[in-house]
Design a protein around this ligand. Structure first.
Ligand SMILES: NC(=O)c1ccc[n+]([C@@H]2O[C@H](COP(=O)([O-])OP(=O)(O)OC[C@H]3O[C@@H](n4cnc5c(N)ncnc54)[C@H](OP(=O)(O)O)[C@@H]3O)[C@@H](O)[C@H]2O)c1
Length: 325
């Protein structure tokens, strides 16, 4: 098979910052067409970043028969509409996280994806990285005994006043942008809904700028997630998985670089490991999609398997902090 031709909807920051460099590193794919609301922006972006074709609309990308796979890096409120439209092409789709800003819309897309046996992924790049595979394996092997607590943080300073994340109508806010991560990690491990939920938000302008929460999961012993996310603090995604016999500490949970590792702490023993080998955060995700398209691997982490529990847990949390604000 020739190189996999990607069609990209929107000249987003994440396309030049993460997707295109990783596409190059992953090999086997090319940035075939980029669409923008503005034809000039698309043309300039394509020339600057080596995309072969440029279009003045997202629809033209959808209609390009030569595209093999789509990437949706649009603001959150447009994920639903464009994923729904692209599902009709029956081609593989990588949509940015969160898949949608509401439980109802996520349910709708998951149903559609199931009906169509779609190859639809949500761009939680960490799910495809060796760091996450190692953490999961350690937990499964009971290296820390029974998992009892996850402490998940995602802080970043959002300094641009015109960032789409400050706009409520675009499904902005720290919870949609960052809070989805610790909830998703926990739901990937628990595969069940929280038993009790406590969540609060502080608003900044029209969106939540800081959210914290505590979730318990029934079982013996009872599992808890403690999470906090905000737009006001230096970048920090330090995460702890605490068990009855030890813990795993993760330097950078979601976008680890070569020097970032994990620390396994057991009684009388501390071991540091570096599962990442210096690849860019998106590279393993793109490589996986290429392998699936080429028929070399079975798909993993499809939206049909992973999206709903996270959307349900987030809905429970959102309801609580909205009630109290
Ligand atoms: N997976 C990750 O690690 C990761 C990291 C960062 C961001 N993200 C996700 O990626 C998505 C994009 O984030 P970003 O920071 O890259 O966004 P961004 O730089 O603001 O880009 C969003 C793009 O969407 C298009 N767009 C369409 N309607 C728009 C509107 N009303 N206002 C502004 N832009 C509009 C624009 O492209 P045109 O003008 O060309 O049409 C714009 O370039 C979000 O869903 C975010 O959660 C994921």
């Amino acid at each position: 098979m020739d190189k996999i031709r990607w069609g990209i909807l929107g000249t987003a920051g994440i396309v030049r910052g993460a997707f295109l460099p990783a596409l190059q590193e992953a090999q086997g794919g090319i940035a075939w067409r980029i669409g923008s609301r503005n034809a000039e922006s698309a043309k300039l972006f394509a020339q600057t970043h080596g995309v072969i074709h440029a279009s003045g609309s997202y629809q033209e990308v959808l209609e390009d028969d030569q595209v093999d796979a789509f990437y949706i890096p649009l603001p959150n409120h447009l994920h639903y509409e464009w994923t729904k439209a692209l599902l009709n092409t029956k081609k593989p789709i990588l949509c940015e996280k969160p898949l949608t800003g509401s439980l109802a819309l996520t349910k709708d897309l998951v149903e559609r994806a199931k009906e169509q046996h779609a190859l639809l992924w949500e761009a939680y790049a960490f799910q495809f990285q060796p760091q996450w595979h190692r953490i999961k394996q350690l937990i499964l092997d009971r290296a820390i005994g029974e998992l009892q607590e996850i402490h998940g943080t995602f802080n970043t300073k959002l300094e641009r006043k015109d960032d789409v994340r400050w706009v409520k109508a675009y499904d902005g806010g720290a919870f949609n942008d960052l809070g989805c991560y610790p909830v998703h990690v926990t739901e990937l491990l628990m595969k069940s809904l929280p038993h009790k939920v406590l969540a609060q938000a502080e608003f900044s302008g029209e969106v939540d700028g800081l959210v914290w929460g505590a979730l318990t999961y029934s079982g013996n012993p009872m599992m808890q997630l403690f999470m906090n996310v905000s737009f006001f603090r230096p970048y920090d995604t330090f995460t702890r998985f605490v068990g009855t016999k030890g813990e795993i500490r993760v330097d950078k949970m979601y976008h680890p670089g070569a020097g970032d590792g994990i620390e396994l702490r057991q009684e009388n023993r501390v071991v540091r490991e570096y599962p990442m080998k210096g690849q860019l955060p998106f590279t393993d995700m793109i490589s996986h999609i290429h392998q699936v398209i080429r028929g070399e691997k079975e798909p993993m982490q499809l939206v049909t398997e992973t999206a709903l529990p996270t959307a349900e847990a987030m809905d429970l949390m959102r309801r609580q902090w909205l009630k109290d604000n």
